[in-house]
Design a protein around this ligand. Structure first.
Ligand SMILES: Nc1ncnc2c1ncn2[C@@H]1O[C@H](COP(=O)(O)OP(=O)(O)OP(=O)(O)O)[C@@H](O)[C@H]1O
Length: 315
C-alpha cells in the first residue's frame, strides 16, 4: 500500500520577453509526472542536468509552486499546502541536498542547527531537546564534540551526515535526497550511501533518490524513473531498467555510467563546459536586455553549484 501518490504533476515557469515583458513561453520543468511511494522503498529519479529532477523533489515538499496536479498523503490532498508546524506532511517528508550545509545557517553551532526542526515540529523541554540532539549525533556516528562546532568545520562526508541528522530529527517517513553524494569523493560517497541504507532499515524510511548517476542509483534504488525534459520516459524495477531498458534515452544514460575512477580533472572540465554552454544557450534567462545578470536562480541545481565553485576558484 502506498502512503503517498503524486498525480500528473506539472511545474511550468513562465519565460518573459519582448518590449512589455509579457509571458512569451514556458519552461516545462516538470510535465505530467505520476508516482507513488511505499514504506521502506527507494525510488530513483535519474536524468541529465536540466531534466526536471530537482524541481520534482522541491515541488513535492512545497519549495516550488505546482502549476497543476495533485499530491495525496495518507489519504489527504496536500497539494500546495502551506508549510507549517501543524502539518504532519511537512514533518514526515524531509529533503537533503547536494551540499546540506548550504541550507544551514553558517553562524549557528550544530546544536542550534539540529534544534531547529525539533522546535518546529516537536514539543520538547530544553533537557529532552538536548538529549534528542545527542542521540541524533550518535545515529550519524558523531560525538558530542560536534555540538559546539560550526557547519564549516566539518568534512564533506560529515556535512552530509549532519544534513541527514537534521532530516531525521523528527522521525520522517520519507527523505527526498537530491544528489546527496555528487559533491563527495568516491570513497566517501560509498560511506554515506551505505549509511543511508542502514538508517533506512532501522527507521523504515522511504527515499526519493535524485541523481544523474546511474551507477549510484543502481546501488540504492528499488524502483527507477528515467526523466527527460520534464517527463518520465521509462519507469521500472532496477532489473527492468538495467537488464532490459526500453527507451533509447535510458540506453544512452546507461552507456554513460561513469568509470569507477574518473579523473576529477576531466570532470571539472566537463562541468565548466556545461555551465558555459548553459549560459550561452540560455542567455536570455540569465541576463536582462541591458546585459545585467539576473542571478543564478534560473540555473538548474548542478549548474548552480558548479557556477559557485567556479566563482570561488576565480576569487
Ligand atoms: N526558477 C526557475 N525559473 C525558470 N526556469 C527554471 C527555474 N528553476 C529551474 N528552471 C529550469 O527548469 C528545468 C529543470 O531544472 P531542474 O533543476 O529541475 O533540473 P535537474 O534535472 O534537477 O538538473 P540538475 O541535475 O542540474 O539539478 C531547467 O531547464 C531549468 O533551467
Amino acid at each position: 500500500m502506498s502512503f503517498m501518490q503524486i498525480k500528473d504533476l506539472n511545474v511550468h515557469y513562465p519565460i518573459r520577453g519582448g518590449f512589455f515583458n509579457t509571458v512569451v513561453d514556458h519552461v516545462y520543468a516538470v510535465d505530467g509526472v505520476t508516482m507513488e511511494f511505499e514504506k521502506g522503498k527507494t525510488y530513483g529519479l535519474v536524468g541529465e542536468s536540466g531534466s526536471g529532477k530537482s524541481t520534482t523533489g522541491k515541488a513535492i515538499i512545497g519549495l516550488e509552486k505546482i502549476t497543476s496536479g495533485t499530491i495525496t498523503y495518507e489519504g489527504k490532498d496536500v497539494t500546495n499546502q502551506r508549510r507549517n508546524r501543524n502539518n504532519s506532511f511537512n514533518k514526515d517528508i524531509q529533503m537533503i541536498f547536494q551540499d546540506s550545509t548550504s541550507a544551514m545557517n553558517p553562524r549557528k553551532r550544530i546544536q542550534e542547527v539540529l534544534a531547529e526542526p525539533i522546535r518546529n515540529f516537536m514539543n520538547l523541554s530544553p533537557h529532552e531537546e538536548k538529549r534528542r540532539i545527542i542521540e541524533l549525533l550518535e545515529i550519524v556516528g558523531m560525538s558530542e564534540e560536534a555540538l559546539l562546532k560550526y557547519p564549516h568545520e566539518f568534512s564533506g562526508g560529515q556535512k552530509q551526515r549532519l544534513g541527514i541528522a537534521r532530516a531525521v530529527a523528527c522521525n520522517p517517513k520519507m527523505i527526498i535526497a537530491d544528489e546527496p553524494v555528487s559533491a563527495l569523493d568516491l570513497s566517501v560517497q560509498a560511506q554515506v550511501l551505505n549509511f543511508m541504507k542502514d538508517i533506512q532499515t532501522e527507521f523504515g524510511l522511504s527515499y526519493l533518490f535524485i541523481s544523474h548517476d546511474l551507477g549510484v542509483v543502481r546501488h540504492m534504488c528499488d524502483h527507477i524513473s528515467i526523466m527527460y525534459k520534464g517527463r518520465f520516459v521509462e519507469t521500472g524495477t532496477k532489473q527492468d531498467i538495467y537488464e532490459n531498458p526500453q527507451h533509447i534515452y535510458t540506453n544512452r544514460l546507461l552507456s554513460a555510467i561513469p568509470n569507477i575512477e574518473p579523473s576529477t580533472r576531466k570532470e571539472r572540465k566537463e562541468v565548466r563546459q556545461a555551465v558555459e554552454a548553459a549560459y550561452r544557450v540560455e542567455a536570455p534567462k540569465f541576463f536582462d536586455a541591458e546585459g545585467k545578470v539576473l542571478g543564478l536562480k534560473n540555473l538548474s541545481s548542478t549548474h548552480r553549484v558548479a557556477m559557485s565553485a567556479l566563482e570561488t576558484e576565480a576569487n
